[in-house]
Design a protein around this ligand. Structure first.
Ligand SMILES: C[S@@+](CC[C@H](N)C(=O)[O-])C[C@H]1O[C@@H](n2cnc3c(N)ncnc32)[C@H](O)[C@@H]1O
Length: 248
């Protein structure tokens, strides 16, 4: 197992991932491929088998992680999502706060490099940043310390972890359909369990190549919100659709 994980992580875009996360993707792949799983358990994997496993698991990890982080530098351009929003952050936050009021505490789930926009929000907010890997959390901590930002960084895999500190406002930007597994169930669980007055969730309306998606509105998400009884308002930017959801 260790050797295969090492091989998977030898790709630059995936080398920051924690072994446990890679292992969970490897196990999901093997569970779905019983022949390879049997060979693996019997210690009979051939070089060709290992190549197939490494390639497939890497593809999945790239979909959920690798494709977003484009460089090591602490700047907004180093993450695809924050790069896309360059130039609209001030407008975006002031529109959100016109509905939610200015929060004292923000919880940002699977935050990417969004914490780097702290200055666009204001200096008096307590910012709780949540990301997946030890490495990325370390970089965000470094930024908080350097810039004297009031806040904390929590490392968490949102597929299994959902006990976060309470906050006035919770950001779930572009994550609820990119966690893998049973997305809709994980999304509902997060929306229900987060302790916040408002949640702002967003979804991409363009694919990775920058083309408009055919069905960019998330019907399943709106149906779910109505079923569990949360009111929301919706607005669009060039690349994203946002939902401001009232919880309390
Ligand atoms: C589309 S990006 C969105 C980033 C940020 N929310 C934004 O919109 O600027 C998805 C983020 O989720 C993180 N991620 C992927 N799988 C995760 C998981 N299982 N638990 C926590 N974070 C995860 C990735 O590292 C990536 O930064």
């Amino acid at each position: 197992m260790k050797e295969i994980i090492k091989k998977i992580k030898s790709k630059k875009t995936l080398d920051r991932l924690d072994d446990t996360f890679v292992e969970s993707f490897l196990n999901i792949f093997l569970k779905k491929n019983s022949k390879l799983n049997k060979k693996y358990l019997d210690g009979e994997l051939k070089k060709k088998d290992i190549r197939i496993i490494v390639k497939s698991v890497r593809n999945n990890l790239n979909r959920f992680y690798g494709q977003f982080w484009t460089s090591d530098k602490l700047k907004l351009e180093s993450h695809r999502s924050t790069k896309e929003r360059l130039g609209i952050y001030d407008k975006l936050y002031s529109f959100i706060f016109s509905i939610t009021c200015r929060p004292k505490t923000i919880l940002d789930l699977a935050c990417g490099l969004n914490p780097l926009t702290y200055k666009n929000i204001g200096n008096d907010i307590y910012f709780i940043a949540v990301e997946l890997t030890e490495y990325d959390c370390g970089k965000i901590k470094e930024y908080f310390e350097r810039e004297n930002i009031k806040g904390e960084v929590i490392r968490a895999d949102l597929r299994t972890y959902n006990t976060f500190p309470s906050a006035d406002l919770c950001f779930m930007f572009k994550i609820l359909d990119s966690l893998g597994g049973n997305n809709n169930l994980i999304a509902e669980n997060l929306i229900r369990s987060v302790k916040a007055k408002y949640i702002v969730a967003s979804f991409s309306t363009k694919n990775v190549k920058g083309k408009k998606m055919n069905y960019p509105k998330r019907g399943w998400f709106e149906i779910m919100l109505r079923r569990i009884g949360y009111r929301f308002v919706k607005f669009d930017t060039n690349n994203e659709v946002f939902y401001i959801i009232k919880k309390l």
